[in-house]
Design a protein around this ligand. Structure first.
Ligand code: GLU
Length: 443
């Protein structure tokens, strides 16, 4: 049995009941085989065994009181996966589905994604099974304060810098930042995604969605194509989906769908993005209300967004939202390019279908790295005690995404896997972290 297979078997035995973590590790390690087999130093220093074991995993009680005086308890997590190339960095997810498996898969992915940005950030992730949906602002504030009252012990501007993810946006980051400052007395860049009045960076809100479209545009350009005139299907209705839609439209595409956890909208004339922003980000409403504004659009309950005919698909909702059958349906409807805005939105089987059918497939670690890259730019501004202009941050973001495309393209080519960007992204992200770990000794 190969070294990689041994490590994977051991990982599955040692971490029972963590299917998402198994999935993320299997995808990465399998694509690393050619690198591992041609470089003995990795096996010699048990690099993979060290890489798949988080440096530290923190789980804690988060008690809070609702508006009626009832006490609730949620579970908090922070998995500090790898700090070889910089302080732990990665978001916090608040969603009822959160468990250790999900936080570990996200933290593991984050190591390679952060490495791909070219910036000095390690990998980590955290969150809670708390559901912000339907909670009052005061309840969300009390939860965030309780969460930070435990988490503050383990984080810091040079140690671990959390940010947002699903269920954690500007409001939650603000409450957590306030509580950290109150407990420690430190005004430091301990969280990113902060408000613009207290150290936040311009473009951070748009960054994941814009970055996704910048990278996919570069991938299309390399094949003599572009977003111009193309029909795009997008899932999700959070920051990533909405700002990906905005940028795709700016580049001349027509975006015909968005989805949330209850259903999806299809607007053959092109989504009214300003209306969606107001509905989702200001009113915190549901997508089903979209047809009130646009009577010619359709709203459908449940899944099904991948049945819509398109040229380009951008899954921007959540993990495993696009399976083998969805991949086949997309291809038979003429879809030739996919860019992953969410983390691990395609199942392993779906990825195989895309690669076998020569679909241009930009994997999440590369395609959605614009968010965390801009977080690293926020950290730089905080350290300098300066704020850069929108144009400055946006042009840095664009450069980073273009570089990521070329790095993963080159890495794939070097190992005779041209256009397999899954392998290319994993290899390019891995080599930097692995070599830093080796240089730093047995750590
Ligand atoms: N949650 C985002 C991600 O998945 C951003 C993390 C960050 O900005 O630290 O990469």
């Amino acid at each position: 049995m190969s070294y990689v297979d041994n490590v994977l078997n051991e990982l599955i035995l040692k971490n029972p009941g963590q299917p998402e973590f198994h999935q993320a590790a299997t995808e990465v390690l399998n694509t690393l085989k050619p690198v591992i087999e041609s470089n003995a130093k990795y096996q010699k220093s048990s690099l993979l065994e060290r890489l798949v074991e988080p440096e530290r995993q923190i789980m804690f009680r988060v008690p809070w009181t609702d508006d009626n005086g009832n006490v609730h308890v949620n579970r908090g997590y922070r998995v500090q996966f790898n700090s070889a190339i910089g302080p732990f960095k990665g978001g916090l997810r608040f969603h009822p589905s959160v468990n250790l498996s999900i936080i570990k898969f996200l933290g593991f992915e984050q190591i390679f994604k952060n490495s791909l940005t070219g910036l000095p950030i390690g990998g980590g992730k955290g969150g809670s099974d708390f559901d912000p949906k339907g909670k009052s602002d005061n309840e969300v504030m009390r939860f965030c304060q309780s969460f930070m009252t435990e988490l503050y012990k383990y984080i810091g501007a040079d140690m671990d810098v959390p940010a947002g993810d699903i269920g954690v946006g500007g409001r939650e980051v603000g409450y957590m930042y306030g509580q950290y400052k109150r407990i420690t007395g430190l005004y430091e860049g301990v969280l990113t995604g902060k408000g613009l009045t207290f150290g936040g960076s311009l473009v951070r809100t748009e960054a994941t969605g814009y970055g996704l479209v910048y990278l996919v545009e570069e991938m299309l350009n390399a094949k003599g194509k572009s977003f111009k005139g193309q029909t795009v299907v997008i899932s999700g209705a959070g920051n990533v989906a909405v700002y990906a839609a905005e940028k795709a439209v700016q580049l001349g595409a027509k975006v015909v769908s968005l989805s949330d956890s209850t259903g999806y909208i299809y607007d053959k004339d092109g989504i009214d993005i300003e209306f969606v922003k107001e509905l989702k980000f200001v009113k915190r409403g549901r997508l089903s209300e979209y047809t009130k504004q646009r009577p010619n659009a359709e709203y459908h309950d449940g899944k099904g967004v991948w049945n819509i005919k398109c040229d380009i698909a951008l899954p921007c909702a959540t993990q495993n939202e696009l399976d083998e059958n969805d991949a086949k349906t997309l291809i038979s409807n003429g879809c030739y390019a996919v860019g992953e805005g969410a983390n691990m939105p395609s199942t392993l089987e779906a990825i195989n279908v895309f690669l076998e059918n020569k679909v241009l497939f930009a994997p999440a670690k590369a395609a959605n790295a614009g968010g965390v890259a801009t977080s690293a730019l926020e950290m730089s501004q905080n350290s300098q005690r300066l704020s850069w202009t929108f144009e400055e941050v946006d042009s840095k973001l664009k450069n980073i995404m273009v570089n990521i495309y070329h790095n993963m393209d080159k890495a794939a080519e070097n190992y005779n896997m041209k256009d397999n960007f899954v392998a290319g992204a994993n290899i390019a992200g891995f080599v930097k972290v692995a070599d830093a770990m080796i240089a730093q000794g047995v750590i």
